[in-house]
Design a protein around this ligand. Structure first.
Ligand SMILES: *Cc1c(COP(=O)(O)O)cnc(C)c1O
Length: 395
């Protein structure tokens, strides 16, 4: 079996086979290398490893075979040359920032990104002299006018959280590249099973492996995928030194997760799509946000760019915050938690949780109303989800 060239193989085969290097034990499943360090056959070999003259394992902060198997598999699935695994999704974003940025640099970031990503740029990178301009995701003019000569990268998520807005990755990549900037896409919501940003022109893909890559809510982890040279020269040295490494056990869980990723994502899309269409017919629902619906503002673009609508459905409940809380509190099956990407369906009130730290005006500008509810649709029976969401407002 060829170890490196997966170009002739389909996406499902890659997800199951890529990255594994069988040891002398001839194990069928990937082994977990629970070791912090590695031994050398001689002082000269140790010297060659440390200087980089000879490739190989040194220390598990930056070289571990189980972690490497996960990196190789995810790189192949995203169509990237290289992947670097990290301790969490935030560790991936922080590592990209520390690796690529210096004082005086500028970042353009979508307003619709994960809350901690906003805080990282706004509160922490600002301390090191990196300025960030926040832009509405689908405002192409806004992106263009935010760019400066020192803009190192544009950062975004598509679909956005919680309103599932979609941006044209190819169009934004062209805008970024004209300015000599990189485009970084957090592909957490779609995963490579539904969307491959690198093929559309993005330079780097970020993952919170905690979500769909694991898929069963067990481990925290992250990943960075992109061109070999950029990752090897600018980001990997930071990881080696700074230390936000993924544990071998977590890498093993994610490897297992990748094997069933496309199956699970198809099932998440089917369940979410059916739930979204049902919600549109409920009298207590004002509006539904789901890329797979014809009523979605960027439905056509979504269906061109993604091979499915994804697992996140948001909707406005008539009656504002009281009605939204009543609906959430009446559920018995759904988990009231902000996590997503699990087989278990979760339900959140964004205005008072994930987006609670925004001011009222900022939240209104972002379109996040008091009646908005976000459901990360899991893999339970659709009828049970519908029954649970109907408890507050029996018809
Ligand atoms: C959860 C999440 C992150 C952060 O990942 P952690 O693994 O929790 O650190 C980043 N981006 C998106 C879109 C997320 O949903």
């Amino acid at each position: 079996m060829s170890e490196d060239d997966w170009s002739d193989y389909g996406q499902d085969t890659r997800a199951i086979r890529a990255g594994q290097r069988r040891t002398r034990e001839q194990e069928h499943s990937d082994p977990i290398f629970a070791t912090s360090s590695y031994v050398f056959s001689s002082a000269a070999e140790a010297a060659d490893r440390f200087s980089g003259k000879q490739p190989g394992n040194i220390y598990s902060r930056f070289t571990n075979p189980t972690v490497r198997a996960f990196e190789e598999r995810l790189a192949v699935m995203e169509g990237g040359q290289r992947c670097i695994a990290t301790a969490s999704g935030m560790a991936a974003i922080a590592s990209v920032a520390f690796g690529l940025l210096k004082a005086g640099d500028h970042v353009a970031c979508s307003r619709g990104v994960f809350g901690n990503t906003t805080l990282l740029f706004q509160n922490y990178l600002a301390k090191f002299g990196v300025a960030t301009t926040f832009v509405n995701l689908t405002d192409y003019r806004g992106w263009e006018s935010a760019l400066q000569p020192d803009t190192r990268f544009l950062f975004l998520e598509t679909p956005s959280n919680p309103l599932t807005e979609i941006v044209d990755i190819a169009r934004l990549a062209a805008i970024a590249h004209r300015n000599g900037s990189l485009l970084i896409v957090d592909n957490c919501f779609c995963t490579p099973a539904l969307q491959q940003p690198l093929a559309l022109g993005a330079d780097i893909v970020i993952h919170s492996a905690t979500k769909y890559l694991d898929g069963q809510g067990r481990c925290v982890g992250g990943a960075i995928v992109g061109p070999n040279e950029l990752l090897e020269k600018e980001i990997y040295p930071f990881l080696r030194t700074g230390g936000p490494a993924m544990s071998p056990f977590n890498a093993w869980v994610f490897l297992k997760g990748l094997e069933t990723l496309s199956l699970r994502m198809r099932a998440h899309c089917d369940n979410a799509g059916a739930l979204a269409r049902w919600l549109e017919t409920r009298p207590w629902v004002e509006r539904v946000y789901y890329p797979g619906l014809i009523s979605h503002a960027q439905h056509e673009l979504a269906m061109k760019q993604q091979s499915g609508g994804g697992g996140i459905v948001s909707f406005d409940v008539r009656g504002g915050r009281d009605a939204a809380w009543k609906l959430i509190d009446a559920t018995r099956l759904l988990s009231i938690t902000a996590n997503l990407g699990d087989t278990k369906t979760t339900i959140t009130h964004p205005a008072t949780t994930t987006h609670g730290r925004l001011g009222d005006a900022e939240r209104a500008a972002a379109g996040i109303g008091d009646g908005l509810v976000r459901v990360a649709v899991g893999l339970e029976d659709l009828g049970d989800l519908q029954r649970d969401l109907s408890r507050a407002f029996p018809e």
